[in-house]
Every structure is written in C-alpha cells, then in structure tokens.
Design a protein. Structure first.
Length: 261
C-alpha cells in the first residue's frame, strides 16, 4: 500500500466535501430537480435486454456479491499466493472504502428516488451515497495498489474507471440512485482510502506480525521482498525488522516523519 502524505487532511477534506454535496442535494432544491431529470433521461433508454444487463451489473456490486468477492480475493492472496500483508491491505482498503458509505448515509439521510421509477424497488438504506459504486471504487483502488509497480497498472486504471462508470450508470438506470449519489460514493470511498493508507503505515503494518498465523503464511518473506523492492526503486524502507520483530513503530524514514499528518 503506498504512503500518502497529508493523508489525514486529505481524508477529512474529501469527507467534508462529500457530506456537503449530499446535504445540499438532499435538503435543498439546488440539485434535486436536475438529479431527477437526469435519472429520467437515462431511464428512457430502457429495453428488455438492457434491463437484464444493468440489473446483472448492479448485482455484481451488491452487498452479497461484494462480501463473496472480498472473501475470495483476500483468501486467494493469503492461502494461495501466501501474501498476508497484501491480503490484509486489500481487505482493509475494500472493506473500509465500501462500508464508509454507511456513515454518510446516516448523516445525509437522503430518500431513494421515487419507487415508481425503479426496476426493482430498493428497501433499507438511504440513497446518498451509492454503496455499489463505493465498493467498485474501493476494489479498483485495491487492485491498482497491488499492481501499481507492474506493467499492468495502466490497464487496471483504465478498466477500473470504466467499471466504476458502468456500475454508477447501472444504479441510475435501475432507478436506485441519483447522479450525485454516485459522485458522492467516489468522494466518500476516496476519503476512507486516504485514511486507511495513513493508519496502515502508522499503526497496522508495524503490528502485523502480532496477528495469528501471519508468519506461518509467509509474512517475513513478504517483508523481505518489500524491503528489497524499496531499495531497487530508491524509496526509504519503513523498517522491516521493526515491523516484523518488535511492537514499536519504524524508527526512521518518511513514515514516522509524516505519520500524524
């Protein structure tokens, strides 16, 4: 997971921007009419085959599918690839980025679009932001983190952006969300992921060896590879020995210098 400078400030600013957008959209008339009009414009495209396609796309980012995808992905990294650090990092990025929407939903409390416009009426949580879109954003970011130092990083980035746009479109197409709900999801998930990157380097990584069975699944080897890669790329390692063998945080480098920002 990369280290992001000023992670706490960036996280707070993005979260505040998202909540402000949600409150304005939900409780004023500045955005709501335009949101509803764009929804209705998108829904004029409905046809039988496209209805099934968009419902399928939407289901792939649903809570049930999301839990299965996250469990299989993290389990594959841990049990098959023997990469416990990457497994934990991926789980945290996706889980926190995705579930951060619940806090925003509670604060903004925006009702869903009118039920008569929905293909499959939604029940339960509020409209702002879209959890489906947030899951997709978090999954794309996690995949990019895993592959950012490989030749596949651009492919992941391009395909990831297209996936986010497709899921966001599907949520508006089926009538479950407004456009600002999907935009708010990107901001909320981004805010949560900024926060995770900071906490990862400041708190989680130095204590990762304390988790049961981490060494059994190859934590020391993975930390060795990470330190070797940091020398190759000219970055400052965060202290492999401190992270793997002691309970204290790394003693040098940029991670300690900026950990509280």
């Amino acid at each position: 997971m990369p280290y992001v400078r000023h992670w706490l400030r960036n996280s707070i600013l993005l979260f505040a921007l998202a909540i402000t957008l949600g409150l304005v959209a939900a409780h004023t008339h500045l955005i709501q009419p335009h949101d509803l009009q764009l929804d209705r414009t998108i829904q004029t495209l409905r046809t039988g085959w496209l209805n099934h396609t968009m419902e399928g796309v939407s289901y792939l980012a649903s809570p049930v599918a999301g839990v299965v995808i996250l469990a299989v992905w993290s389990g594959w990294l841990l049990f098959v690839r023997r990469r416990p650090m990457r497994a934990v990092a991926t789980f945290l990025v996706v889980a926190v980025g995705w579930n951060s929407t619940q806090l925003a939903k509670a604060i903004v409390a925006r009702p869903r679009p009118p039920r008569e416009f929905m293909l499959d009426p939604e029940i339960g949580s509020n409209s702002f932001p879209s959890g489906h879109t947030a899951f997709t954003v978090a999954a794309v970011v996690a995949a990019y983190f895993l592959l950012r130092e490989t030749r596949h990083r651009r492919t992941v980035l391009v395909c990831g952006v297209l996936a986010v746009l497709l899921v966001a479109f599907s949520r508006m197409y089926v009538g479950a969300h407004y456009p600002t709900d999907t935009l708010g999801s990107v901001l909320i998930a981004g805010s949560a992921i900024f926060f995770v990157t900071g906490v990862w380097h400041a708190r989680v990584l130095p204590q990762l060896h304390r988790l049961p069975l981490m060494e059994r699944f190859g934590l020391s080897r993975e930390l060795d590879e990470r330190e070797a890669a940091s020398h190759v790329h000219g970055t400052v390692p965060s202290g492999r020995r401190q992270a793997a063998g002691s309970g204290s945080a790394p003693t040098g480098g940029r991670h300690r210098k900026h950990a509280g920002r």
